[in-house]
Design a protein around this ligand. Structure first.
Ligand code: ATP
Length: 338
């Protein structure tokens, strides 16, 4: 029978790699971390990597791919992996890798992601086709913006044209209704081995300067001409009102159901719905991530929710390793490989 000793778990040294590698260790796998030169220290110091392979840039990944194949490594893609290698290149990966083949084009293309969310009956913020249509607060999101940097808020067409002057003309953007509420990000896990959806944890982001603007009076904000930005600097753990949990499960289950119409056998593994929850407890989902998100990092030793279900500290990284382990032991590894 195949054993987990025949395989190694590998990931790029960034994003949620500490959690992924630690989780793999906890399930008994040997681990490999692929690091950029100068970035190996955390992976050595926290003792999560049995082996470190150094590359100059992450886009040189394909140069060391053969080494990974020889070692029978299973690669775990995460957010930085997709960002550095590009969603289209993910399709060219030859080494065994965890995750749903072809799903990334549906999450990284805003239009496709929105259709997926709408089909799954998630409420989404309204999109305005033209600036002239702006009749309420909107958030302008630039396609290339990383981590919400450079987004701006407008209340009217005039407001919009006043702010857009500061940006290059050819920059692509979307005008989205601004939902006044609180951000809540739900971390799910769907296993193809157990065919069950789990709610792993929740987080909220710590965004600069949006999360600190309230520290100064509105009058001072105006005097200083402060513009809101949403540059992500970290993630904070959160638990959710228990009475909303049934809806949270339903949203996740609908996402999985619809994903089966989009690609082959559908989405599996970790995914995240990023939502703003308004005072009437409506979830407005503005983004879906079809892979592990950095918001799971506060839960290296498990979340309050995973503690309810598991007798060991179960992070999302560890849950991935457990999924792979179960697939190996049940001789159905192909179920979890992209
Ligand atoms: P990433 O791709 O890294 O997740 P991003 O650049 O796509 O980030 P978003 O996640 O779309 O940026 O948004 C950044 C932040 O802006 C969110 O965390 C949230 O605080 C705020 N935000 C986004 N959309 C809305 C909205 N429709 N209403 C209110 N706030 C929003």
């Amino acid at each position: 029978m195949a054993s987990i000793k025949d395989y190694k778990i590998a990931t790029l040294g960034s994003h949620s790699a500490l959690q992924i590698l630690k989780g793999a260790h906890d399930e008994g796998f040997e681990t490999i971390c692929i690091c950029r030169k100068g970035y190996r220290k955390p992976y050595e110091s926290f003792k999560v990597a049995d082996e470190i392979i150094e590359i100059e840039h992450f886009h040189d990944f394909f140069e060391i791919e053969d080494q990974l194949i020889k070692k029978n490594a299973i690669l775990i893609p995460h957010g930085s992996f997709v960002a550095y290698i590009g969603p289209e290149k993910v399709k060219d990966i030859k080494v065994m890798h965890y995750g749903t083949r072809g799903i990334l084009e549906h999450e990284s293309d805003r239009e496709k992601a929105r259709k997926w969310l709408e089909k799954a009956k998630c409420k989404t913020p309204k999109i305005f086709k033209k600036p002239e249509e702006i009749d309420r607060p909107v958030i302008i999101k630039f396609h290339g913006a990383k981590g919400g940097k450079g987004y701006f808020i407008a209340n009217s067409p005039e407001d919009f044209y006043d702010s857009i002057k500061d940006f290059p003309e050819d920059e692509k953007y979307v005008i989205q209704e601004y939902i006044v509420g609180v951000p809540m990000y739900t971390h799910y896990f769907y296993s193809r081995v157990t065919e069950e959806l789990e709610v792993m944890s929740f987080d909220k982001r710590y965004e600069s300067n949006a999360d600190s603007i309230g520290r100064i009076a509105a009058r001072d904000q105006l005097d200083a001409n402060i513009k809101t930005s949403y540059t992500i600097t970290g993630n904070m753990p959160m638990v959710i009102r228990e009475s909303i949990l049934p809806e949270v499960f339903e949203m996740g289950e609908n996402i999985i159901k619809v994903s089966k119409e989009l690609v082959g056998d559908g989405l599996f593994g970790p995914f995240c719905l990023e939502a703003i929850v308004d005072p009437n407890l409506n979830f407005y989902v503005f983004e879906i991530s079809a892979r592990i998100v950095a918001g799971t990092n506060p839960y290296v030793d498990g979340s309050p929710y995973t503690w309810l279900r598991y007798d060991v500290p179960m992070s999302t990284g560890r849950r991935i390793a457990l999924d792979i382990k179960m697939a190996i032991e049940q001789d159905c590894l192909e179920k979890v490989l992209g």
